[in-house]
Design a protein around this ligand. Structure first.
Ligand code: GLN
Length: 268
C-alpha cells in the first residue's frame, strides 16, 4: 500500500475497511479493549486491498458511502459525492428564501446526493432530481428509499426540447453540479477518478465548457440558481448569467478558497 497511498490516506482507508467489515464505528473498535472483535479471517481483506492497489475508489468497492448524514448506494454510474458538493448543500440549505412553498429541481442528480441532502434539511420542500442516465436514476431512487426521503427522480436529458411535466414547470430553486472538468484538465487528475468514475458526469469539451450551465440557465425556469462550478471558470459563468439577465450573481469560495459555487436570481 505504501507505494500507492500516502501514510494518512492509507491510515484512513484502513479504518474505513475495519469499520465496514466489523459493522462497528472507529470509537467502538478502539474501546473494544477485550479484543472481542475478531479479524482472524484476514482473507476478507485481500480482495479489498487488491482493488485498492488498482486505485479503485473504496466507495465503489463497498458500494456505498456516508455523506451529509446519508447512507448512499454508489455504482460506477454515479459520481462519488465530494466535500465541495456538501458546501453547495450547506449554502443552499442555510439561505433564507422568502417564498411561500419551495420546489427544487436538481439537474444531473447522479446518486441523488444533492436532492436527498436538501430534502433531509427541509422535509417540507418538494424536491425533484433528473439525470440522463437511467442507471443513475435507479441508484437515486434506491437512495431515496434507503434514507426514507420522498424525492421524485426521473430520467431526462437536459438537451431534449420535448416539453415534459418536469421541464415545463416553474421552480423556486434549480441546483446543479453538472460535468465541468475540461478535457485539457485530464492530465491533472488521479487514476482513481479517471479510471473508475463515469466520464459523462465529469468531462466537457475544451471549446464549450459551460454548455450544461448555459442550457439550464436558458431553458429551465427558476427564481434562484445554485451551481457548483469549475474553479477556473468563475468569470465566464458570471458573464454568461449576466447575458441571460440574471441578477444578484455571486461567486462563493469553497473551504480551499477556490471559486466553487455561483448563485443567481431571476425576477419573473
Ligand atoms: N469536482 C469533481 C472533480 O474534480 C468534478 C465534478 C463535476 O464535474 N461536476 O472530480
Amino acid at each position: 500500500m505504501r507505494e500507492s497511498y500516502d501514510a494518512d490516506e492509507a491510515r484512513a482507508l484502513a479504518w474505513w475497511i475495519l469499520e465496514e467489515v466489523s459493522g462497528l464505528s472507529c470509537s467502538q473498535l478502539l474501546s473494544d479493549c477485550k479484543g472481542s472483535t475478531n479479524f482472524s479471517n484476514t482473507q476478507i481483506f485481500d480482495p479489498i486491498i487488491e482493488r485498492l492497489l488498482r486505485f479503485e475508489p473504496i466507495q465503489y468497492i463497498f458500494g456505498h458511502t456516508y455523506w451529509y448524514g446519508l447512507d448512499l448506494r454508489l455504482t460506477p454510474a454515479t459520481l462519488i459525492p465530494r466535500p465541495e458538493t456538501a458546501e453547495l448543500v450547506d449554502l443552499l440549505s442555510s439561505t433564507h428564501f422568502q417564498l411561500p412553498a419551495i420546489h427544487v429541481l436538481d439537474i444531473g442528480t447522479g446518486s441523488g446526493c444533492i436532492a436527498l441532502a436538501i430534502k433531509q434539511q427541509h422535509p417540507e420542500w418538494q424536491v425533484t432530481g433528473i439525470d440522463i442516465s437511467a442507471d443513475a436514476i435507479e441508484v437515486a431512487r434506491d437512495n431515496a428509499r434507503r434514507n426514507n426521503l420522498d424525492v421524485v427522480f426521473e430520467q431526462q436529458d437536459v438537451f431534449s426540447d420535448e416539453p415534459s411535466a418536469i421541464n415545463s414547470q416553474h421552480y423556486d430553486i434549480v441546483v446543479s453540479n453538472p460535468p465541468y472538468v475540461r478535457e485539457c484538465e485530464r492530465a491533472t487528475m488521479r487514476s482513481n477518478v479517471l479510471e473508475y468514475e463515469p466520464e459523462s458526469a465529469l468531462f466537457v469539451p475544451d471549446d464549450d465548457p459551460l454548455l450544461f450551465y448555459r442550457r439550464v440557465a436558458a431553458f429551465y425556469k427558476a427564481k434562484f440558481l445554485f451551481f457548483e462550478i469549475n474553479e477556473a471558470l468563475g468569470n465566464e459563468m458570471v458573464a454568461m448569467l449576466k447575458e441571460k439577465s440574471y441578477t444578484d450573481i455571486q461567486i462563493h469560495l469553497d473551504s480551499y478558497g477556490k471559486q466553487r459555487i455561483v448563485t443567481a436570481r431571476m425576477d419573473r
